[in-house]
Design a protein around this ligand. Structure first.
Ligand code: ADP
Length: 440
């Protein structure tokens, strides 16, 4: 009831009682009149209590108005959250008839929120999937907790989109299921991304297979090339050895050229074979314990004649206590031969310096430093890539395939080591190889 009207009515009753009271008091006294006076007094007392009660009700009413506005604000806040949520939300009855829908749901299904009211959700499922959807609904009735599945939905304009559905059941006080709350997430983008990933994975597999076939082919070819080349080299060497004294010098130099070209070709084939085996991940290290310092000294001495031909200093500096390491000695030799022959190849004055050091307890370092032509800074990052030669006119003069450092880099990765380089154009280069003392 309107509080002001109620207060006004109390006030009117009070005034009338006052008038009556005065009227009765003005009359001559009789026992009935006394009783009447008393009754009026009590009435006035009751009216006073009523007024106090009315005041309390008024206060409570004010509080109620404030509480109601707060509740309304909260309700609006939740409605906004519901409406502007990035996912579609629906409430349906347990037959799947839509009772409430937020804006996103309406947007997803390309209809107005109003239109969705009282429509069966199954209307938005493509014909061919309706049967399955209906049986999902039947199953939902017996399920407790959150149910999730993925489905293709159809907007009113006929656009299909992939959707993930999450459904929870609402129960009444007696525990009967009365509503379903649906969350609809458009997963078209995710599905497309998954499809793309799948096709990339497939392409990747095809590429891997192609790469495997290619390396297999290269490995086979290199092997096939090596066999006759060994025969050519062997017989030319035999020819030279047996008939050295009988051959005129011109013929001798011809056979020597066959041998040196054959050796060069063999080295190239070995490089290609190594690279393809490493690339295919088919190279296994033959591990054994050996003396690293001995190996470094031997290799350096073997290549000394190359340095001598160019009048270069070739020096070794050993700074390591324990000389023994566990690794594939042939492959460590290959790393060192590559670095040393490059250093000599690309140095015309000064020298090449080899150092062996120790890093902590379990790593060793090989350094090959030269005072040669150096490498420009922007080329440094490329030199470990296969078939990469820095300055082709210079390197052509020096020969090579551009595979040496790529093989070294791959070998070191296999050994759990690493190679780094510092260089300055015109001043020289320093290659630093770090290896574990014991390859696992
Ligand atoms: P290559 O068979 O051409 O020597 P590498 O892979 O061994 O192939 O080397 C790649 C390129 O890196 C070389 O062609 C050369 O340009 C450069 N390079 C390697 N070592 C040195 C060095 N010590 N000094 C200058 N340039 C070098």
């Amino acid at each position: 009831m309107n509080m002001d009207k109620f207060a006004q009515q109390i006030q009117e009753v009070r005034q009338r009682t006052e008038v009556l009271n005065q009227h009765v008091v003005g009359q001559s006294c009789s026992p009935q009149q006394d009783l009447l006076v008393q009754a009026f007094e009590e009435l006035q007392f009751a009216l006073e209590e009523l007024r106090v009660a009315e005041e309390e009700v008024r206060v409570q009413n004010d509080e109620l108005v404030v509480a109601r506005s707060l509740v309304e604000q909260e309700r609006q806040r939740y409605m906004d959250l519901f409406d502007f949520a990035p996912d579609g939300y629906l409430v349906t009855d347990t037959n799947g008839t839509i009772l409430e829908a937020n804006r996103t749901a309406a947007h997803q299904l390309q209809v107005s929120q109003q239109y969705l009211q009282s429509k069966p959700l199954v209307n938005f499922v493509p014909l061919e999937e309706r049967q399955a959807f209906r049986s999902q609904l039947l199953q939902l009735r017996d399920k407790e907790g959150l149910c999730e599945w993925e489905i293709c939905l159809l907007s009113r304009e006929g656009n299909k989109f992939d959707c993930s559905l999450s459904v929870t059941t609402v129960y009444d006080l007696q525990g009967n299921s009365i509503r379903w709350r649906w969350l609809m997430r458009d997963i078209t983008a995710r599905k497309q991304a998954e499809q793309q990933i799948r096709s990339i994975q497939l392409q990747n597999l095809q590429l891997q297979e192609a790469a495997r076939i290619k390396s297999q082919f290269v490995a086979n070819m290199s092997h096939e090339l090596r066999t006759p080349l060994h025969a050519i080299l062997g017989f030319s060497q035999l020819l030279l050895r047996r008939y050295y004294d009988h051959f005129p010098s011109e013929l001798r130099s011809m056979v020597e050229r066959i041998i040196s070209s054959g050796k060069h070709l063999l080295a190239l084939i070995e490089d290609i074979l190594d690279f393809s085996t490493l690339e295919a991940g088919r190279l296994n290290l033959q591990k054994q314990e050996f003396n690293l310092v001995e190996l470094v000294t031997t290799v350096t001495e073997e290549l000394r004649f190359l340095a001598d031909q160019k009048n270069l200093t070739l020096a070794i500096h050993i700074d390591i206590q324990n000389h023994r390491i566990v690794n594939d000695s042939n492959r460590v030799r290959q790393v060192l031969v590559n670095l040393l022959s490059n250093a000599i190849k690309f140095t015309d004055t000064g020298g090449v310096f080899v150092e062996v050091q120790q890093v902590g307890q379990d790593r060793v370092v090989l350094i090959v430093r030269d005072t040669g032509i150096g490498i420009a800074e922007d080329e440094l990052k490329n030199i470990f890539q296969e078939f990469r030669q820095v300055n082709e006119s210079i390197t052509r003069r020096h020969g090579g395939t551009g595979l040496g450092l790529a093989i070294v880099d791959k070998l070191l990765r296999l050994m759990n080591g690493k190679i780094t380089v510092k260089s300055k154009l015109g001043e020289g280069s320093t290659f630093r190889v770090e290896l574990p003392r014991q390859v696992s």
